[in-house]
Ligand binder design. Structure first.
Ligand code: 6GU
Length: 249
């Protein structure tokens, strides 16, 4: 997968050199290009923002550098990818909510581009230009109902959630399916040695060697934990591993 990121703070994306994502890049599984938006400015001060028409607080990102950035991505598509276009993801609190299902959708794309806005946002005409230049492949995506200073942290989040779904990025493929949000329930609690620690015991069923009993216990833990912490994730009733119904309090 190719990922392009356009930001006025390219150094903000440096964590993508680390850990599993950094390794995926070095192994060629992820082809990441981070661009400084200011490289597409033409004035001496490399200006990317200006005051809003109609008044109001803060500054708005100017359209010209963004158009140059989008046109650059288009020409990369023409010159290196037989006219293909990236899917442009614009992080912002007014977008569609990012979740694991969207992570899977994005992981199915061969080429993503992220446009990191700052200040009060990007001139609305940039979205119209991007829609046209990228054949309608533009999505505004939000992490949740709170406000960040810019899109960079969202790009770190979305890139990590997406890249770990690419084949070969996470070594143990089983650890991808047995996970919170993959099947709508939170994960069961986990324990390791020692079996007794500071007077706290590992639940005896986990030491029993009874795989059926362990599976039932873990499923019940997942239901109880989801009911307690994220009741919004549960349907009105959920089925136990054995086919019995667990009433939700
Ligand atoms: Cl994706 N961007 C910004 N700037 N703020 C946010 C967000 C994204 N998601 C929630 N708040």
């Amino acid at each position: 997968m190719r990922i392009d990121v356009v930001s006025i703070f390219p150094e903000y994306l440096s964590p993508l050199d680390l850990s599993l994502i950094g390794k995926a890049r070095r192994e060629g599984l992820l082809d990441l290009h981070v661009h400084d938006l200011r490289s597409w400015t033409t004035d001496r001060h490399r200006t990317v923002d200006d005051t809003p028409y109609g008044g109001g607080a803060g500054m708005v990102m100017k359209p010209e550098p963004w158009a140059q950035a989008i046109d650059h991505l288009r020409s990369v598509g023409d010159e290196s990818y037989a006219g293909a276009r990236p899917l442009l993801v614009v992080p912002g609190p007014g977008g569609r909510r990012f979740d694991q299902a969207m992570a899977h959708e994005l992981a199915g794309e061969p080429w993503l581009a992220f446009a990191c806005g700052r200040y009060e946002g990007i001139d609305e005409r940039v979205y119209e230009h991007a829609q046209e230049a990228l054949d309608g492949r533009v999505r505004v995506v939000s992490l949740g109902d709170y406000v960040l200073n810019g899109g960079e942290v969202a790009v770190l989040t979305i890139t990590e959630a997406v890249a770990r779904l690419l084949p070969g990025v996470v070594g143990n493929a089983a650890s991808l399916v047995e996970e919170s949000h993959e099947d709508g329930l939170l994960e069961y609690p986990v324990y390791t040695k020692p079996a007794s620690w500071r007077g706290r015991e590992v639940p005896p069923v986990l030491l029993s060697g009874d795989h059926g009993a362990i599976a039932t216990w873990r499923h019940r833990q997942r239901l109880e934990r989801t009911a307690a912490r994220r009741p919004d994730l549960l349907p009105s009733s959920a089925t136990l591993a054995g086919g019995k119904e667990l009433p939700i309090r």
